[in-house]
Design a protein around this ligand. Structure first.
Ligand SMILES: C[S@@+](CC[C@H](N)C(=O)[O-])C[C@H]1O[C@@H](n2cnc3c(N)ncnc32)[C@H](O)[C@@H]1O
Ligand code: SF4
Length: 456
């Protein structure tokens, strides 16, 4: 990295949100009642004149072993007996939505099975879950049905079940191929294991294979990232999420199992990203939004080119679908002007469903300012630019945004003219910092303790 790049990094590398939502979860302060939430979901369904359908996120919290870096809501267990009751509870929750919405079925444009590890489920458990859902749904044309798979536990039989129901995308947790890194984070998996799952998915005509990779893990070096990227390029997934390791040991104590001194930080961490990016671009991948790459043939890149790229709690997607109904422990729902999150504790989640209640633990009703700022943050995260010129995209808070971005402008990380912001190529690394200037809630009430990981 050049001296200027290093100086910028030191100046702007501060704790900050990842903006999968606005307001960000720690700032949610107006939990809707069940009736208010259902009303917002119903309005959102009625507003879907394009017929793109709702998005369903299903959280499977179980994992068979602990990766010590993990920031997800998951539960390590060897007790497979937990699974079928959980699947039945998920289906009951879906049924409760249908009943409250007064519908026999729902038009669905997107299903995402996430976790934890959805491939913890045996083929017959996946079959029961998806059959139970789709027997009360209509799948929209061009729907995206996706699953997160752990290459260590994903089998041909599981993929066959998913494919039979129309699943067309798979995302594999790869993280890093270096044996020393894998060892220290307690996640050993070979290139061969990943290759077998990738080829099986391709053979079955899954439309897109994504790999999750992480930079900033303990013991990663420029050499180890080079070797990981060489393997990734050999396997050629359609998409890659190259995540910045979020070190939040105050929320995830298992991240204390490795020594902080082994973590590449600041300049060293960013250098890993820059190297990874260079290798991926040399192999034909194009950077999309923040931390994502796609081959020119993948829908994500086509959507980015046509200005259709969208970002939600699951990351970047090529289609805009709403509402998002989250089923399962800790899942998040989004009706456009309201968010909810389910109970994060498995037992409490199941008890509330058994009592016949939607298991909403917290949420937020967006006010007018939230809605306008949410729109601008979404545009920045997906198009790297935004502007305001009318009542619908203006709120008085925007008058204070340009002065707050002045320093970034002087450093040529963005261009601004008072009512528009365009992030430059060099500024892409600081996208989270740019969004922070639009984050009225963060600015009005700075957190007293560290809530967020570093922005770079
Ligand atoms: C639910 S997991 C993917 C599926 C499966 N559990 C697996 O690991 O193969 C979601 C992804 O989140 C990412 N992730 C987890 N903890 C993270 C952290 N602390 N920082 C950045 N990314 C993280 C990993 O890349 C992981 O693949
Ligand atoms: S990274 Fe995936 S497999 Fe590992 S603990 Fe987290 S959710 Fe489970």
């Amino acid at each position: 990295m050049s001296t200027t790049q290093l100086e910028l990094l030191r100046k702007y590398n501060v704790p900050g949100p990842r903006y999968t939502s606005y307001p960000t979860v720690p700032y949610w302060d107006t939990t809707p009642t069940e009736a208010q939430w259902i009303e917002r979901v119903a309005n959102s369904i009625c507003g879907d004149t394009a017929g793109t359908g709702a998005s369903i996120y299903i959280h499977i919290p179980f994992c068979s072993s602990l990766c010590t870096y993990c920031g997800c809501n998951m539960r390590v267990t060897r007790n497979h007996g937990l699974v079928m009751p959980y699947v039945e509870t998920l289906l009951k929750e879906y049924g409760m939505y249908l009943e409250r919405l007064g519908r026999d079925s729902l038009l669905i444009g997107e299903i995402h099975l996430g976790g934890g590890t959805p491939t913890f489920l045996r083929p017959e458990e996946l079959d029961r879950l998806i059959d139970g859902l789709l027997s009360r749904a209509t799948v929209a044309k061009d729907a995206s049905l996706s699953v997160e798979g752990d290459p260590r536990t994903t089998t041909r039989e599981q993929l066959e079940v998913l494919r039979r129901y129309g699943f067309n995308r798979i995302s594999l947790g790869v993280q890093d191929f270096d044996p020393r890194v894998q060892d220290i984070v307690n996640r050993t998996q070979s290139e061969e294991q990943v290759r077998v799952v990738t080829e099986t998915a391709r053979e079955m005509a899954f439309r897109s294979v994504n790999y999750d990779l992480i930079y900033g893990l303990p013991l990663q070096t420029l050499e180890s990232i080079t070797a990981t990227m060489d393997a990734v390029v050999r396997l050629k997934p359609d998409r890659i999420a190259f995540y910045s390791y979020a070190h939040v040991p105050w929320i995830k104590p298992s991240q204390r199992r490795f020594t902080e001194a082994d973590l590449p930080e600041g300049d060293a961490k960013r250098a890993l990203y820059e190297l990874g990016r260079t290798r991926l671009e040399a192999a034909g991948y194009v950077e999309v939004g923040m931390d994502h790459f796609a081959l020119p043939t993948d829908d994500l890149l086509l959507a980015a080119k046509e200005g259709r790229l969208h970002r939600n709690f699951m990351g970047y997607t090529p289609a805009f679908t709403r509402p998002l109904i989250g089923l399962g422990v800790s899942s998040i729902g989004d009706a456009g002007d309201a968010f909810v999150q389910n109970e994060k504790n498995l037992q409490q989640y199941e008890e509330r469903i058994q009592k016949g209640e939607l298991p909403i633990q917290r949420g937020h009703l967006l006010d007018e300012e939230d809605c306008v700022l949410r729109g601008h943050i979404l545009k920045l995260m997906t198009r790297l630019e935004t502007h305001w010129d009318g009542a619908h995209d203006y709120t008085p808070f925007l008058d204070s945004v340009a002065p707050r971005l002045e320093e970034l402008r002087k450093d040529r990380l963005l261009q601004a003219d008072g009512t528009s912001i365009r992030v430059t190529a060099e500024g892409r690394a600081y996208l989270r910092n740019v969004c922070m200037a639009f984050d009225a809630r963060l600015i009005r009430r700075a957190p007293a303790t560290q809530l967020f990981s570093q922005t770079v």
